[in-house]
Design a protein around this ligand. Sequence first.
Ligand code: WQD
Length: 342
Amino acid sequence: MKKKILVTGGCGYIGSHTIVDLIENGFEVISIDNNSNSDIRVLEGIRQITGVQVKNYTVDLCDLEKTRKVFAIEKFDGIIHFAALKNVGESVYNPLQYFHNNITSLINVLDCALKNDVKHFIFSSSCSVYGNAEKLPVTENTPLSPPESPYARTKVIGEDIITDFINANKDFSAILLRYFNPAGAHESALIGESPINKAANLVPVITETGIKKREGFDVFGNDYDTRDGSCIRDYIHVMDLANAHTKSLQYAMGDMKEKVEVFNVGIGNGVSVLEAIKAFENVTDKALNYKIAPRREGDVVAIYADYSKAEKVLGWTPKRNIEDIMRTAWKWEQVRSGVLQE
Ligand code: WQD
């Protein structure tokens, strides 16, 4: 009998790619997504890749009654909770919307998990909980720094809420996955990152510039104390990130030791903004139009992961690098802009 997994935010970027990996690893998947920041048509892409038509409940997880109704219909064996607002800049201007949405939805899903005895919970957290870490690469024991934004603060609070929930309910377990910088798209270019609002993250900004959706873009600072003056990040291909969720579920349903475990999900390779640009230009043979601009408020100078705990405990290893990210992101951008057939 297949294990049935609830993926909240299943129509989103990481959620949709994770659903593909879960199905390819023998899980049955149900999505809850109110499509406030995602496109229901992604389920057609998932169907073309996997042959499975995934059911989505178009429910706002902040509505407890409607969320409870889904749990009354479906019997879940585990939950992966992606659904959240995630625009760092927007969260600074609208903190109450972020606290209300991200925290209320989390509490409602946990309440339903408790009342329906769904014992395994995977949470989408973020490396932004580390802030500007003193020592790199960061491990799961690296002290957390004050969050740089309300968005990051909702992740810190989320981890604390889940930890207290598990401490109060001993036969439940939770895995907190601290993502680094997700980017790239499925090889097929049938699904990928489809920002409803104007892209803010570096890789979609690069591909939109490459396809001339935007004239050019700013590099936010080249006067940092790094090898080329631009900020360093750990870009992880979204399909590698997706597989980390599948491996986490398999571990949670298998011989998980502790009741709450934290894992860094990055590839341990720091890439600067200028190196990422170079990687795109090498892969696509296209020169990008950008200019050096002032630093962006809240940017961390450098961060990249020590993922050895996920490798050892989950048996997870990343298989793709920055060139794979740029190649798949570019193919996806061309397909979604109608320049290329998938
Ligand atoms: C990367 C680097 C920018 C755009 C954020 C969130 C994190 C996660 C991923 C949700 C930085 C530079 C960017 C541009 C640029 N979000 N940049 N010009 O800020 O590292 O992480 O997204 O899960 O929680 O914090 O990602 O892609 O915005 O920036 O120079 O037009 O690219 O300054 O150094 P970030 P990013």
